[in-house]
Design a protein around this ligand. Structure first.
Ligand code: ZN
Ligand code: ZN
Length: 488
């Protein structure tokens, strides 16, 4: 029996068709590439699914319930030490445009001692039968399964890669999310979490090209992403369909604004002020290079949203960090590109719901290298205390960042011209009195007591160890951890 006869879902199609289907299954750009096609709605899987007689993607989510916090913060002013669980919340495999087989991606994280991993493919969920030919080269985007990646997979998981020969070619079947759960999950030790990344690329009526990406966590992203005419429309249209499905589902989940600085600061912080339903955003993303347009720092970006939300009486937004993993090995087949950004979540129980609950109450911190022993939010005394878990021969600086009540609240923007008109931007100017360092401590422990005129305080803990990000580079330069803010 031939390869394709065996699968009723995979008729005779050429490798070219296979690549084309994957190309169309998510939107017009990848993180490291120029946009390829633009449409008002995503071509998505459905367009070619009919052609290939593939099942249409189902439209439902299993997840959420966003916990609404009003300008508060999380965590415990408790004597109990937190139980930190390390997790990757934004990851890609060959199901979309990652360069590894899904089983390689999951094993790589498990080997790195992560406690949980959320697979968040572009506009699809890893299910159904999908065979990929092994190609001599990775090729152009979207990537092929290269021979190097295939060999690495066979070495890493001997006898576990599902492959077949047809003619002179080798084909590999991508393992589904369910299969990956069966293969890797261990109660209390490692859990896989369903997710997805709404990936949208579109032209505004003014002819500007934008990318807008949003993750769902602990939700089966099996509905079509909706494009809009502006980044805000994209954000809210997809949030609405996420929320609708999420309300019907028993699972806890959240919706996250990904890499707002990609590619030319496509998500203005005003959008996050105007839409306080947005609960999480990435302050650190290992796959996104610094934007060519320098508008503000990621730190100031966060502070702008925090300050305005607090004075507006809205809930704050939490910062996260991720690898946004696309690369797993380097050109000579050695592990690379992971462990750039992650979250540490305080939960004794390692289940998707408990992790989501902790993320929704802000009981976690993002990191790209620095580990914390404890974060103590003493609301009664209005004190934020940070204790670093130090590494040998590494020095730490703890900066406490505040914004005062009398910050400049007037919202103004300025234009940024680009040689390519598609990347012209008008972006909010962040006043200097937003996000000011109120105290700097050299060492592994620091405390800040909120002053009468402080709106909030948050801590940024930097080490003197440089970061080696994945292929793309990114922010920041040195290993860092961030606390969520303590709000008065
Ligand atoms: Zn993205
Ligand atoms: Zn991504």
């Amino acid at each position: 029996m031939s390869l394709f006869q065996k699968s009723s879902k995979m008729p005779e199609i050429s490798c070219c068709d296979l690549k084309m289907e994957r190309f169309c299954s998510y939107s017009a750009s990848s993180h490291n590439q120029t946009a390829i096609s633009i449409s008002s709605t995503i071509p998505f899987k459905s367009k070619i699914a009919g052609l290939l007689k593939l099942p249409l993607i189902k439209m439902f989510v299993t997840g959420p319930i966003v916990i609404l916090l009003t300008g508060g913060c999380m965590s415990a002013e408790t004597s109990q030490k937190p139980i930190w669980r390390k997790g990757a919340i934004h990851t890609h495999t060959l199901w979309s445009d990652g360069r590894a087989l899904p089983e390689v991606a999951v094993k790589s994280y498990k080997d790195l001692k992560y406690d949980f991993l959320c697979l968040s493919e572009h506009n699809l969920f890893p299910e159904g039968e999908w065979w990929m030919p092994v190609a001599s080269e990775e090729g152009k985007w979207p990537p092929n399964l290269s021979r190097t990646a295939f060999r690495h997979a066979e070495k890493m998981l001997p006898g576990k890669i599902i492959s077949r020969e047809r003619g002179f070619r080798t084909f590999v079947r991508l393992r589904t999310f369910k299969e990956l759960q069966e293969m890797f999950e261990e109660k209390g030790k490692f859990v896989l979490i369903p997710g997805g990344e709404y990936t949208l690329s579109f032209l505004t009526p003014a002819g500007e090209l934008y990318n807008a990406h949003f993750n769902v966590f602990n939700a089966v992203m099996s509905y079509q992403a909706i494009s809009g005419k502006t980044p805000e429309e994209c954000m809210m249209l997809n949030y609405a369909q996420y929320l609708k499905a999420a309300k019907k589902a028993p699972e806890k989940s959240f919706y996250m604004v990904n890499h707002p600085q990609y590619r030319y600061w496509d998500i203005d912080p005003v959008l996050l002020v105007r839409n306080p339903q947005m609960t999480h955003f990435e302050i650190c993303n290992g796959a996104v290079p610094p934007s060519a347009v320098k508008v503000c720092s990621m730190e100031k970006y966060w502070d702008f949203v925090l300050a305005h939300r607090i004075v507006n009486g809205h809930k704050i937004i939490y910062a996260t960090a991720s690898d946004d993993a696309h690369f797993y090995i380097n050109s000579i087949g050695k592990p690379a590109g992971l462990n750039c950004g992650w979250v540490m979540v305080n939960t004794p129980e390692l289940t998707p719901d408990k992790i989501s609950e902790a993320m929704n109450r802000g009981d976690f911190y993002p990191s790209c290298g620095v580990e914390l022993e404890n974060i103590i939010y003493n609301r009664a005394e209005k004190k934020l205390t940070v204790q670093v878990k130090p590494e040998k021969n590494v020095n730490y600086t703890i900066s406490f960042i505040v914004t005062k009540k009398d910050f400049d609240r007037k919202i103004v923007s300025r234009k940024y011209e680009h040689k390519n008109k598609q990347f012209n931007r008008e972006f909010t100017v962040i006043p200097e009195n937003i996000g000011v360092t109120a105290l700097t401590v050299k060492g592994t422990t620091g405390t800040y007591t909120l002053k009468e005129d402080d709106l909030y305080v948050r801590a940024v803990i930097r080490s003197d160890k440089k970061i080696t990000f994945g292929k793309a580079g990114g922010y920041p330069e040195y290993q860092t951890a961030w606390t969520q803010p303590l709000v008065k």
